[in-house]
Write a protein that binds this ligand. Structure first.
Ligand SMILES: C[S@@+](CC[C@H](N)C(=O)[O-])C[C@H]1O[C@@H](n2cnc3c(N)ncnc32)[C@H](O)[C@@H]1O
Length: 170
């Protein structure tokens, strides 16, 4: 899938900023607090700000590309398991995903492989490619998932409202 279209079901799809939309960008305050990142392998084609030093956006495929350095990942929801698994194997970076703790992908790629999780307080408002903040919230809770001790340390000390859960120590 190299079209950047997100079709959501379940959490986040009802009464939310994401309903019927294609591209929802990470709130810039999160990038400011957690960055800088070396690579965003699933970047927006039209982006109002950089999310990392290097970006991979459609028609290039970030899922099959070689990843280097510290990765920022706000994956297309439709293939979240594949993107998270790749980040887990890469071992250096942070992802933002819905806090779907009951799903297979969360179990396999977060509970089993992440270094730490920060469950964010409340619901986020994502942004649109023109740089404006979505009027509605995401429709469900989000979390930040760290792979590697450096990214886990950043989550632990970033000051964002939420609950930090360490999963692994080196
Ligand atoms: C949820 S948005 C996140 C955008 C940006 N990374 C951010 O954090 O604000 C997901 C993005 O993934 C990109 N995308 C979808 N499939 C991709 C692929 N196979 N390779 C690279 N980028 C892809 C789309 O351009 C879309 O903007």
């Amino acid at each position: 899938m190299v079209d950047g279209i997100m079709t959501l079901t379940g959490i986040g799809s009802h009464h939310s900023a994401r309903r019927g939309s294609n591209v929802w960008l990470t709130p810039p305050r999160i990038l400011a607090v957690l960055g800088p990142f070396d690579l965003d392998p699933c970047a927006a084609i039209d982006r109002p700000w950089d999310t990392a030093r290097e970006h991979i956006a459609p028609p290039d495929d970030g899922l099959t590309a070689r990843w280097t350095g510290r990765v920022w990942l706000n994956p297309p929801y439709i293939a979240v398991n594949r993107w998270l698994s790749k980040l887990a194997a890469h071992g250096q970076g942070t992802a933002i995903v819905f806090a779907r703790t009951d799903t297979r992908w969360f179990d396999a790629a977060v509970w089993e492989r992440a270094t730490a999780v920060l469950f964010l307080h409340g619901r986020l408002h994502f942004y649109m490619p023109d740089g404006s903040r979505a009027a509605g919230n995401a429709g469900g809770p989000s979390c930040l998932v760290a792979y590697g001790t450096r990214d886990a340390d950043r989550l632990a000390t970033c000051g964002m409202a939420g609950k930090f859960v360490p999963l692994r120590t080196s």
